[in-house]
Design a binder for this molecule. Structure first.
Ligand code: ADP
Length: 259
């Protein structure tokens, strides 16, 4: 898979109004993209449509030239891995077990993991710094550690593209940076495509190559952070006055709240 594209996608939850309206965009599988937008603008829904979990009412999601609806779920999972929103759900599994679950789409129907799968899971745990907790239960970890385990599981899946739903939602700045630094490294060193929903405009501006800004289910803007994040646009879409600054010749905007 090289490109995932959406063509005129409209989506409704059962009986409800349109939550995504005529969305067209392309995600190259070697870029670091961010999806931003106010609460309720459709970000999480968009990720689920991109992954093929939700089916558009109109329009299509294409993996290269194939409609994702025609690709079986295991094949989709070998191309696209999803890191769900970190929740405090109690997982009755160890870290190692969770990461090994990432191998499922590569196994035959009744096959168990083999030595190679365990090696891949181990490498994924090393890469994300969770190997020291391999034997611990998920509910004995901090939010930041659990998030990294979920990223390790996605890596064990060996996809081309990782979708993340607000990976730093509950994390302090140290873990925010750890997670985004890791994502940038995976993108740069391994050519892994990253598509991350985030509510944090500054993290998005600092790390992503390009951003998609959603507003009320439509794409309001897409492009490099400096084009998408402007004072006028943020004020309009988020109904909040902000100052946008650039530090020391950087082309990455910083959003500052005004009082
Ligand atoms: P965001 O991620 O930008 O906060 P969501 O995609 O979660 O936005 O939600 C977009 C809209 O869809 C919201 O109005 C929300 O209430 C609605 N919505 C989300 N999930 C469901 C669902 N399972 N059933 C019905 N409506 C939903």
């Amino acid at each position: 898979m090289n490109v995932l594209s959406l063509k005129h996608v409209t989506f409704h939850y059962a009986g409800g109004p349109a939550v995504l309206k005529d969305i067209s965009c392309r995600f190259e599988a070697d870029r670091f993209r961010g999806i931003i937008g106010p609460n309720g603008s459709g970000k999480t829904t968009l990720l689920k449509v991109i992954d093929g979990m939700l089916k558009p009412r109109r329009g299509s999601v294409l993996v290269d030239d194939r409609d994702i609806a025609d690709v079986n779920r295991s094949e989709v999972a070998r191309m696209i891995a999803v890191v769900p929103q970190e929740t405090a759900l109690v997982f009755p599994f160890t870290v190692e077990e969770v990461v090994l679950m990432g191998r499922a789409p590569h196994l035959g129907r009744f096959a168990f993991e083999g030595e190679r799968d365990r090696d891949i899971a181990r490498t994924a745990m090393e890469r994300t710094g969770v190997l020291p907790f391999a034997r611990r239960n998920m509910n004995e970890l901090s939010g930041g550690e659990r998030q990294r385990v979920l990223i390790a599981r996605a890596l064990a899946q060996q996809p081309r593209l990782i979708l993340l739903d607000d990976p730093t939602a509950f994390l302090d700045i140290k873990y925010q940076k750890t997670v985004f630094d890791l994502l940038v490294e995976l993108n740069r060193d391994e050519g892994l495509g990253i598509l991350a929903v985030t509510h944090d405009l500054n993290l998005a501006a600092l790390y992503c190559d390009t951003l998609v800004l959603l507003s009320e289910g439509r794409i309001n803007a897409q492009g490099p952070p400096g084009e998408v994040i402007t004072e006028e646009r943020i004020a309009r879409v988020y109904e909040t006055e902000v100052r946008v600054e650039y530090n020391g010749g950087s082309d990455r905007p910083r959003v500052i709240l005004r009082r």
